[in-house]
Design a binder for this molecule. Structure first.
Ligand SMILES: Cc1ncc(COP(=O)(O)O)c(C=O)c1O
Length: 456
């Protein structure tokens, strides 16, 4: 009979948070001063309001970054497992991307001309090799890749709705801010300025519930299921065996297209989950990491869908019909994508990144097991995330129920105060080609110390 799981003393936790907040405030005076001085004209005091989600009352200000390291304006060096919430999965400023960007922007000149460069065809072919989709077009963000994939899906199927999974995140795409509740679908709390209630545009089900998906698609009005093959924005929720095959069968049966958003699940390997798990989506969307941190996104579609949309007389995809963007596919982004995919996030690099993530996961698991902590860690290739529940969650709803803002704050502050950056919105850690096993071990040591202090 095994010993019972450890329990968290909330008074102790709160005292530890106070101590860590004080240490944070004292350790980063230049960042604190910059934040206090910068608030006059920046909305929320930061260049992008998500940056307010770093714990400690003010964000650290980034001075320099290279590989898996960030140095703040107080001169502290951090092991960076946040990696720009995946935007820097190639590592910060890898040499090949630096060279490609300076050659394109400096030597050759011209970031954006409304003319193609020859890098684009190379990138499209490489995306086809990795993800299977036959034809590709570019965007500047993953959000836009998703928005355009949805528009194309509606146009192609002449159906009005999409389906998503409860607690998914696909960028600021209006249709996706919806959750499944016992009382039915609801707009997600805090949804800003929705053009219409997403209940009108979207059907929502829990991940890993194939019966619910079948039920929702049977209405015959869903153009596409937009999914991450594993949820990554509400902890990591892996598909149960057979689930993704069943999703493919159900979508085919109901004439619904399947869009795999690989923006985060790209961590699973060079072709994301699509290649790693031999999936057959109709479209693939991706962004964030593919250009080494330079803004770029892409969406790919099968040859059949590509032919179909190009031949659709009612679809204006060349002018103002609703896909496109002046800077999309610009020469600088495309050069950066070519360098990132060709020289940095290579097949070999993924092997090494995944090995380090496996080490990271084993280190955390050893701490959880030895302390009998009722938490879990889930790995998806080069990414891993711990969650405050004893078993890996099976759906977004289950994972949301395991959220614990106090534990999040404690762990984030504890890590930051000891030179380790985790993703601020959750306990996600990502490995880039420059992350080492020693970095993973350093995390495990600090994590063990945080757990021991918590358990007293
Ligand atoms: C799965 C997924 N898709 C799309 C996006 C949107 O990316 P971006 O904000 O770079 O447009 C995100 C952002 O976190 C994401 O996690």
């Amino acid at each position: 009979m095994s010993a019972s799981l450890a329990t968290i003393d909330r008074d102790r936790l709160s005292a530890l948070i106070d101590r860590e907040r004080a240490a944070y405030g004292a350790s980063f005076p230049a960042s604190r001063a910059a934040f206090e001085a910068d608030g006059d004209h920046l909305l929320g005091g930061v260049p992008m309001t998500w940056m307010r989600m770093w714990p400690g009352g003010f964000p650290l200000y980034h001075a320099t970054a290279s590989g898996a390291r960030v140095i703040d304006i107080d001169g502290h060096e951090f092991i960076d497992f946040c990696l720009g919430d995946t935007g820097a999965m190639a590592g910060h400023s890898p040499a090949a991307v630096q060279a490609a960007v300076s050659r394109r922007y400096g030597e050759l000149g011209g970031a954006t001309t409304m003319l193609p460069t020859q890098d684009a065809a190379w990138v499209a072919a490489e995306l086809t090799r990795r993800f299977g989709a036959a034809y590709w077009s570019f965007t500047l963000t993953a959000t836009d890749a998703n928005r355009w994939a949805i528009r194309l899906a509606r146009q192609l199927t002449r159906r009005p709705k999409i389906a998503v999974f409860s607690y998914c995140y696909h960028g600021s795409v209006d249709e996706t801010f919806i959750v499944a509740t016992e009382a039915g679908p609801r707009s997600r709390a805090g949804n800003v300025g929705a053009p219409v209630d997403p209940v009108q545009t979207t059907r929502v089900v829990e991940f890993n519930d194939i019966a619910a998906l079948e039920r929702e698609l049977s209405h015959g009005d869903v153009a596409a299921v937009l999914m991450e093959p594993a949820l990554t924005n509400i902890g990591i929720v892996l598909p149960v065996p057979g689930y993704l095959d069943a999703v493919r069968q159900v979508t085919r049966r109901h004439g619904t297209l399947l869009i795999n958003d690989e923006t985060h699940t790209f961590s699973a390997g060079p072709g994301g989950c699509t290649a790693a798990w031999s999936l057959q989506p109709d479209m693939v969307t991706i962004g964030k990491a593919i250009a080494g941190g330079i803004p770029a996104g892409a969406y790919g579609l099968t040859a059949e869908l590509a032919e179909w949309i190009l031949a659709d007389p009612a679809a204006d995809i060349e002018d103002t019909g609703g896909v496109g963007g002046t800077l999309a596919g610009n020469a600088l982004s495309v050069a950066a994508m070519r360098a990132t995919l060709g020289e940095v996030l290579t097949d070999e690099a993924f092997c090494a990144m995944i090995a380090v993530a496996t080490r990271f996961t084993a280190g955390v698991r050893a701490v959880l097991d030895s302390r009998r902590l009722p938490w879990t860690i889930v790995q998806l290739g080069a990414r891993a995330e711990y969650r405050f529940c004893p078993e890996p969650p099976r759906s977004g709803g289950q994972s949301e129920a395991a959220a614990d803002t106090e534990l999040d704050e404690y762990l984030h502050l504890y890590m930051t105060n000891r030179g380790i950056l985790m993703t601020p919105f959750h306990n996600m850690a990502l490995m880039c080609p420059a992350t080492t096993e020693a970095d993973a071990e350093a995390h495990a040591e600090v994590f063990a110390a945080a757990a021991d202090e918590l358990l007293g």
